[in-house]
Ligand binder design. Sequence first.
Ligand code: SAM
Length: 246
Amino acid sequence: MPATPHWPPKSAPRLFVPTALDAGVQVDLAAGQANYLGNVMRLGVGGEVLLFDGMSGEWLARVADSGKKHMSLSVERRTREQEKVPDLWLAFAPVKRAQTDWLVEKATELGVARLLPVITQRTIVERVKLERLEAIAIEAAEQCNRTTVPPIAEPVGLSAFLKSRDAGRRLYFADESGGEPAARAFELGAAIILTGPEGGFTDEERAAIRAAQNTVAVSLGPRILRAETAALAAVTSYMALAGDWR
Ligand code: SAM
C-alpha cells in the first residue's frame, strides 16, 4: 500500500527567482510560482519559502501578501552560503527531445557547472529549445538543493566548438572506439566532457577531436551506451574521481 504523503510537507518549498536576493528584499513571484505556492502547496501569509538566485546562496523568505494570481515574499535571512560546484562542463550532441530533457535534468543534479549543446555531422535534431532546457535545469536545481543553475550555451557546430575552446580546460572525449579507461582518465582541474549523438562521431570528427590540444579520449567500458547514458556515466565517473564526491 502506498504510504500516506506527509502533509504539510516537512521542509519549506524551494524556488529559484531571477532577482538579486538580500535581507529585506521583496520578491513578486511570477504567476506560475504564485499558483504553485498558493494553490498547490497551500501557503498563506507568513508561510516560509527558501529562495535562491544562482549567485548569493539560499535565503529564507515569508509570504507577505497573496492573492488569486499573485504572491509577494519578504526575504529575511541567508540560510546557506553559495556553493562551489566542480569546474566541469558537459558538451553534448543533442539527441531526441525526451532524452535531451533527461540529460539536462540529470546533469544538473550531478553538479555540472555548464552545459554546451554541440551540433555534429550526425546530429538529427533540428532545433534545440533553450528556454525549455533552462526551465528543466532550474527545476532540477530547485529539487536537488543546488544554489546554482548551470547556464546552457547557444548550440555551436563541432568545429567552432573546437576552435573557440580554451585549451587550458582539458577535453575528455567519450570515444566508443576506445580510449583511456574512465577509472584512470579523469584528473583534478577544469574540464569539459564531450559526448556524441545517437549515430556517434564520424571518423573525420573523431580525428579532429583527437588532434585538439589537451584532449583525452575516454572509454566508458566495453558496451555501447546510448548517447544520454554515456554523457551521464562520464559525468558520474568524473564526480567520483576528480569532482566533489571524493
Ligand atoms: N553509433 C555508434 C556505434 O554504434 O558505434 C554509437 C554511438 S553512442 C550511441 C553515442 C555516443 O555515446 C558516442 O559518440 C560516445 O560519445 C558515447 N559512448 C557510447 N558508448 C561509449 C563507450 N563505451 N565509451 C565511450 N563513449 C561511449
